[in-house]
Design a protein around this ligand. Structure first.
Ligand SMILES: [Mg+2]
Length: 330
């Protein structure tokens, strides 16, 4: 009698009252062959059958070892993408226009000395993640929604075109995908729509996500309530702070070690890595601290990180084959 028990993680077979061990998944390769062999040698030499099983086990072990060297389909469960200068190139001109709009806002709305605006804009961006966060921290009072409308509402969005290559890449990625941006929701929606990929993301994490008090004030205004004064003691939360990264991880309920995070900012990449994410620096030929991968363009992702497309069907079939419950041949 030969009995093959296919339960994980180990397969067993019995020959002549002895129980022998085969590497996990062996029956996937050999069940039919086992039956054939058992019938042919049943009355002859049990030792011969044992030797045959041993040889099959060695061959099977080599096969399983080779498979283990292949990229696992479960390596990345979630993909997170920055938006600006990550899903479209810096050369689009939007980033430059955004910078000019911020400087203009500082001049017109905050009445900052024009001779210090460029330097202040850069310094605050570097020290606080965004110039807006820096202005708020430095004590300038303004309405965040007004800032976004002024800075983003004037952008030359017509420079962005539908990107069928990007769309095809995103569509082919099997993992759930999220946008993670310091910009406001309206800007994210417009950019994604201009690129023709607005339906390919499971969610958008943006300014309103991490600064709920501003979002609440905005909603109140929209319902006709009197202007709500924002609490100046509450800082703006944004990338690249680890707190923002960790909040993203908690909100999405993701395992950071199974998550791939794309961003064009070296500071954000470092912040993401510090929070435990796998990272991809986009739009550069030179890597940075904390980057696991560096790609010149999001269009190069398939050549650079094939693990994202790790043949899930192959592994699914293998898992099904291991779940042959119990098969007994008398
Ligand atoms: Mg960016």
């Amino acid at each position: 009698m030969v009995a093959v028990h296919g339960s994980e993680p180990t397969s067993f077979f019995k020959v002549g009252g002895q129980r022998n061990l085969l590497p996990s998944g062996s029956h996937w390769l050999s069940l039919s062959r086992i039956v054939q062999l058992e019938k042919s040698v049943r009355s002859k030499d049990v030792k011969l059958l044992g030797a045959l099983f041993s040889a099959m086990a060695v061959a099977n072990k080599d096969f399983m070892g080779a498979m283990d060297e292949r990229p696992s389909s479960a390596r990345y469960e979630t993909l997170i993408f920055d938006l600006d200068d990550t899903l479209y190139p810096l050369s689009s001109g939007l980033a430059h226009a955004c910078r000019l709009n911020i400087e203009s806002y500082m001049l017109e709305k905050l009445a900052i000395d024009p001779t210090v605006v460029p330097e202040l804009c850069t310094r605050l961006y570097k020290s606080h993640g965004t110039t807006m966060a820096g202005l708020w921290a430095e004590g300038y009072y303004f309405d965040h929604d007004d800032f976004h409308k002024y800075v983003h509402g004037r952008l030359p969005y017509h420079l962005l075109r539908p990107d069928p290559v990007l769309r095809s890449l995103l569509q082919s990625m099997p993992q759930p995908k999220y946008i993670f941006t310091n910009a406001d929701k309206i800007h994210a929606d417009v950019v994604l729509k201009k690129l023709g990929v607005e339906d390919l993301f499971k969610g958008i994490l943006c300014f309103e996500t991490f600064n709920s008090h501003c979002a609440v004030a905005k909603e109140r205004r929209q319902t006709g309530e009197e202007v709500v004064k924002l609490d100046t003691s509450v800082p703006v939360v944004c990338k690249p702070t680890v707190a923002c990264m960790q909040e993203t991880i908690q909100l999405l309920k993701i395992n950071p070690s199974k998550t791939l995070y794309f961003d064009d900012s070296a500071r954000n990449i470092f912040g993401g890595k510090t929070a435990g994410l796998h990272t991809v620096l986009v739009g550069s030929l030179i890597t940075c601290e904390g980057a696991d991968h560096t790609i010149a363009s999001i269009h190069n992702v398939k050549e650079s990180i094939p693990e994202i497309w790790a043949e899930p069907h192959f592994f699914d079939e293998l898992r099904v084959s291991r779940k042959v419950a119990v098969e007994t041949i008398a």
